[in-house]
Write a protein that binds this ligand. Structure first.
Ligand code: TRP
Ligand code: SF4
Length: 350
């Protein structure tokens, strides 16, 4: 178990239970989480209820997806000795807090969340006209405020959700807090320095674009995907000079290659001194270097998934303790503690 510390600031973040992770998830979030483990008191959780907001009709994969996310976390270097990993649905207090927050959250706040409109427009194959989908950010606010974290590391797209969380905290405090004490501190988003990771087609790497390199892709698959990756469109022939700054492969180099290789690519590409095939093989080398140790680490848990799940159970139990204490405070503040109500003639009569 990670040591409790009063000095370290608390960080909390989550990922939806979407299954195996790709390099974009790693560069955009996970890599950052791994580095935070020693600097902050970290809580990372798998948002399996959030996965239901879009995948409610078929829940057969949710659990396997949660396990896959967990395996990739452990593979990437999240360490149960240094952070707490848990699963949302095993901490039912999130649902209770979500319910209470739903009472005080104006509909207009939710309808204005940009991801809400975007997703409803973009995901047409599912009916997202549900109560749960609209309430997605309210559940997220419950996730976050439950642990009274200082920081929430997220990508840019999630910042409005953290903003809404702050507004819900403020509103709760306004309604229910005592004169000198308030229940919820307002958390700050910790914006992940966004090195945009292009997928094999040059667009942002995303599961829905089918352009991903998975953390679990074996070396031959990585090399094959690199071979078909798009390059600077201006470089049609081997003799045409190119520009690594507009080439997705150039972007990969900037994120994963060492300085000498980046320099070699820059000079070679601009002078047509190197070919794209060669350049791509160097990028593949760099990726394989990053992925190999992860896949090595993942193996141990793949062979014994019980080991991984036990880590999640231990983390969930730890999370439940904190959540239970928070809910006591919340009920207290709302005058709805589990104690006896004023009995007999206590009401009014002095
Ligand atoms: N909405 C987040 C995402 O899609 C996942 C998430 C759920 C989350 N609850 C959270 C992130 C709480 C940070 C904090 O990435
Ligand atoms: Fe892209 Fe490399 Fe080809 Fe230049 S040489 S266009 S950086 S793949």
């Amino acid at each position: 178990m990670p040591p409790r510390s009063n000095q370290r600031k608390r960080v909390l973040s989550g990922m939806r239970a979407t299954g195996k992770l790709h390099l974009g998830n790693f560069v955009g979030a996970l890599d950052n989480w791994v580095r935070m483990q020693d600097q902050y008191e970290c809580f990372f959780f798998i948002a399996d209820w959030h996965a239901l907001t879009t995948d409610y009709a078929d829940t057969s994969e949710v659990k396997a997806n949660s396990l896959d996310v967990l395996l990739d976390w452990l593979a990437a270097g999240l360490d149960p000795e240094r952070c707490t990993m848990f699963i949302q649905s095993h901490v039912p207090q999130h649902a209770e807090l979500h319910l209470l927050f739903s009472m005080i959250t104006p509909l207009g706040w939710l309808e204005r969340v940009p991801t809400y409109k975007e997703q409803r427009d973009n995901i047409t194959e599912k009916d997202l006209g549900t109560y749960g989908f609209l309430g997605y950010p309210v559940l997220q606010a419950a996730d976050i405020l439950m642990y009274k974290g200082d920081f929430v590391p997220v990508g840019e797209d999630q910042v409005p959700h953290v903003e809404l969380t702050r507004e819900i905290a403020r509103r709760f405090n306004m309604f229910y807090s005592g004169k000198r004490s308030y229940v919820f501190p307002e958390p700050q988003p910790l914006l992940t320095p966004a090195a945009k990771l292009p997928g094999t087609d040059g667009r942002k790497m995303s599961k829905s674009y089918n352009n991903t390199i998975m953390l679990t892709d074996p070396e031959p698959v990585v090399r094959q995907k690199l071979k078909t990756m798009v390059t600077d469109p201006a470089r049609v022939r081997r003799t045409d000079p190119g520009n690594p700054d507009v080439c997705p492969v150039g972007d990969l180099h900037k994120i994963f290659s060492d300085r000498p290789t980046i320099a070699k690519v820059d000079v070679g590409c601009r002078s047509a001194g190197i070919g794209c095939i060669e350049c791509k093989s160097w990028a593949a080398d760099a990726l394989v270097n990053v992925l190999n140790p992860m896949q090595e680490r993942r193996k141990k848990y793949e062979d014994n998934p019980r080991l991984a799940w036990d880590i999640l159970e231990a983390g969930s139990s730890r999370a439940r303790k904190i959540a239970s204490a928070t809910m006591d405070e919340v009920r207290d503040a709302m005058g709805m503690s589990l104690d006896y109500p004023p009995l007999g003639n206590a009401r009014g009569a002095k």
